[in-house]
Design a protein around this ligand. Structure first.
Ligand SMILES: Cc1cc2nc3c(=O)[nH]c(=O)nc-3n(C[C@H](O)[C@H](O)[C@H](O)COP(=O)(O)OP(=O)(O)OC[C@H]3O[C@@H](n4cnc5c(N)ncnc54)[C@H](O)[C@@H]3O)c2cc1C
Length: 435
């Protein structure tokens, strides 16, 4: 455009047009130039304002991402001590078993957990001077982001001791706790969990209320959308004890990689084989051999002492390597990893160890056959608090004044330094405990 005007001026002077025409053209050129400059300046200003807006937006997004990361980091790391949970829903699952849906009282996000892990509750029960501590496995998948679920069976007095009280914590949960109540719980923990980064086939073996960690594992496999093969064997007495029946059936119906096998040891009138259960009898190694294509699976077990003993023995006899068998006891261990059984040399070393309970003023020779320090202390009349007897709840923690201990199983959470979880350890050398 400029070039055209200049050319016109040139031509005008060349053809000898009057000065006036030349001046007019020059003025027109100047006006056009001024307008062009103003327009450019306005455009630059608008662009500047736009990029400032974009920068502000980016800054806000960055801030939000930072906040989310911090929140996710805090969530993933769990929380320290106890956190308050509201009982959002309580469902009676079957005879003496209730499921509790727990939402965080602070309304903030819940940390993910590994399927198989548990919560530790600190219960302030009336008439007790100290909180009662008990562990309960998370029974739903970690993909459920807005609640944790635990499923609790009321532990009745043993048949041979009908006069003793029913289980304190499980009765409290099943009989007293109601929707809207607040409970204190520590963050999910535990080494017994499935590795969700792997896709190898697994066998989940559950007896009674031991189904809770297995259901979490199966739900997690289903929710992950993977085609990981999972065989789920669940043994109960009959339909009245069939915990989470509808949920299990739906899980198997909707996921062809999950093969559910229900065993009733004593079917009740009204229980129908083929509809409610597949096998009459207990879950045992013979059944696994009949149904599994091979022994080449990773196995997860949870159930009564007898259930776990029979299955771990059966799997070992079938040639399943110890490293592929994982188990969790809801109480004192009935099955020991080979490493936990002392060799003859260890036994003779153990037999020379002195254990001193300083507060009780007792020094006694360790008995190599003793299960653990907690049991040994009790057998010597020394009182130590206890809870889960599986190294999870921390109730039996005692300070070590001198000496050292060996753990029979890895503690779920590192005990405070200078202390030991007496329910899962034995002395390594002469030992003095503050008990
Ligand atoms: C890692 C882990 C996960 C667990 N997950 C679950 C789960 O998902 N669901 C579940 O239901 N449980 C689970 N448990 C078990 C749970 O922690 C408790 O051990 C269980 O609920 C019993 O505790 P309680 O306080 O009710 O019974 P307690 O009060 O400890 O009593 C236990 C038994 O002793 C009897 N008893 C009471 N007094 C006496 C006496 N003087 N003499 C003799 N016997 C007596 C009671 O009647 C009862 O049968 C889990 C345990 C662990 C370690």
């Amino acid at each position: 455009m400029i070039a055209t005007l200049i050319e016109s001026l040139h031509k005008a002077s060349e053809v000898g047009l009057s000065d006036t025409l030349g001046r007019l053209l020059l003025a027109g050129l100047l006006v056009w130039l001024a307008l062009e400059i103003i327009r450019t300046l306005l455009r630059i200003r608008a662009e500047h304002a736009q990029s400032r807006l974009a920068l502000d937006k980016l800054r806000a997004q960055l801030q939000e991402t930072r906040l989310r990361c911090r929140e996710a980091g805090q969530a993933a790391a769990g929380w320290n001590g106890c956190r308050k949970f509201t009982v959002a829903k309580k469902i009676v699952e079957c005879d003496d078993v209730c499921a509790f849906y727990l939402k965080p009282h602070d309304g903030r996000s819940l940390p993910p957990f590994h399927p198989g892990q548990y919560l530790t509750f600190q219960l302030d029960l009336p008439g007790r001077d100290k909180p009662l501590i008990r562990c309960y496995s998370l029974s739903d998948s970690p993909h459920q982001k807005d609640y944790y679920r635990v499923t609790i069976k009321k532990e009745k007095a043993p048949p041979d001791k009908p006069d003793v009280p029913h289980g304190a914590s499980s009765s409290y949960f099943c009989d007293i706790v109601k929707e809207g109540d607040i409970l204190n719980a520590k963050a999910p923990t535990g080494h017994f969990h499935i590795d969700m980064t792997k896709l190898n086939p697994v066998v989940l073996l559950a007896g009674g209320v031991g189904v809770t960690p297995m259901l979490s594992m199966a739900n997690a496999i289903a929710a992950s959308g993977s085609k990981r093969e999972a065989w789920f064997f669940f043994g109960v007495r009959n339909g009245r004890e069939h915990i989470h029946k509808a949920e299990l059936e739906k899980l198997a119906a909707e996921h062809e990689n999950i093969h559910l096998q229900i065993c009733y040891s004593k079917p009740a009138a009204g229980d129908v084989k083929g509809r409610d259960y597949q096998h009459e009898g207990r879950v045992d190694a013979e059944l696994l051999k009949q149904l599994l294509p091979s022994s080449n699976f990773e196995y997860y077990l949870c159930g009564s002492g007898a259930f776990m003993k029979s299955l771990t023995d059966g799997l070992e006899a079938w040639g399943v390597p110890e490293k592929d068998v994982h188990f969790e006891a809801f109480g004192p261990a009935t099955v020991k990893k080979k490493a936990a059984v002392p060799t003859p040399e260890e036994t003779s070393h153990l037999a020379k160890i002195n254990v001193t309970f300083s507060r009780s003023g007792k020094t006694v020779r360790w008995e190599p056959a003793a299960e653990n320090l907690l049991e040994f202390a009790r057998s010597q009349g020394v009182k130590i608090d206890s809870g889960c007897c599986a190294g999870g709840c921390g109730s039996c923690l005692v300070a070590i004044k001198s000496g050292a201990v060996d753990y029979l199983k890895k503690p779920d959470a590192e005990p405070e330094s200078g202390s030991c979880l007496t329910c899962i350890c034995r002395p390594q050398k002469d030992l003095t405990l503050d008990a």
